[in-house]
Design a binder for this molecule. Structure first.
Ligand code: PEP
Length: 250
């Protein structure tokens, strides 16, 4: 359990357009009256300026989906943490499984990205999670602990400033969700690992991600160590996302 209210984060992935973003956020903002939890939207970098303006004056935080492990320089195509900060970015996903898989991001690289964001005053949302093969081989705890250990090692006392997202790879975009018990079991392992690293582990929100939707959110969010959600597909429609924000506001 964290000392903070629940945190619900949308991961738009590579979806959206100027028109679609404006329409989605207009619908979400119109439904925020009963929303008491913390929330954020992680958008493609090219839309940061647009979404910063659309969210201005609202309680929804702006987030990015990735960041360079470098501070600046000859890194064509990359976006630095300081550049994200320029656009009012508060959260940045690091180590999403789609980047670990498709871009061969290592635990050490992910830890460096977390360091860069923290140094820029941005909260990294560090994703950890096992593949189906790893789960079937009984390696779930070892995998998530290894992934988080790299980030703890690189970030020392700043570790209480991160957000962790447990995202079983087999549940992302598949419609398969970890049961509330499966999620709680892994979240408790991550919490214990954080407690061993910092006296302020209760400041760290541990989110669940993987086919979370308006139907399964209530039960997942009722687990003692599930402090919120990282939501892909179901964050792209206000009629799906808003009930989840409300479920996290109870
Ligand atoms: C994600 O992209 O982080 C995610 C959890 O996706 P989905 O909700 O679509 O499974």
């Amino acid at each position: 359990m964290t000392v903070h209210s629940k945190l619900m984060v949308a991961n738009w992935k590579m979806h959206g357009s100027l028109a679609a973003n404006a329409s989605l956020l207009a619908d979400v903002l119109a439904g925020m009256a009963d929303v008491l939890c913390r929330s954020a939207v992680c958008v493609p970098s090219v839309y940061l300026a647009q979404v910063q303006a659309l969210l201005s004056g609202s309680s929804i935080g702006l987030g990015a989906q990735d960041v360079s492990a470098q501070a600046s320089g000859a890194y064509t195509g990359e976006v630095s943490a300081d550049m994200l900060r320029d656009f009012g970015v508060r959260y940045c996903i690091v180590g999403h499984s789609e980047r670990r898989q498709n871009h061969a991001e290592s635990d050490v690289l992910v830890a460096t990205k977390a360091q860069r964001t923290l140094a820029a005053g941005i909260t990294p949302i560090v994703c950890v999670g096992e593949s189906l093969q790893e789960r079937q081989a009984g390696q779930t705890e070892a995998v998530v602990k290894r992934q988080l250990a790299a980030v703890i090692h690189a970030n020392g006392h700043c570790i209480s400033e991160i957000v962790v997202a447990y995202e079983p790879v087999w549940a992302i975009g598949t419609g398969l969700t970890a049961t509330p018990e499966q999620a709680q079991q892994v979240h408790a392992v991550l919490r214990a690992q954080l407690q061993a690293a910092t006296a302020h582990a209760d400041r760290v929100s541990i989110l669940y991600g993987g086919s979370m939707n308006a139907t399964n959110a209530v039960e997942l969010l009722s687990q003692p160590d599930v402090d919120g959600g990282l939501i892909g597909g179901a964050s792209l429609r206000a009629e799906d996302f808003l009930p989840m924000l409300k479920a996290a506001s109870r």
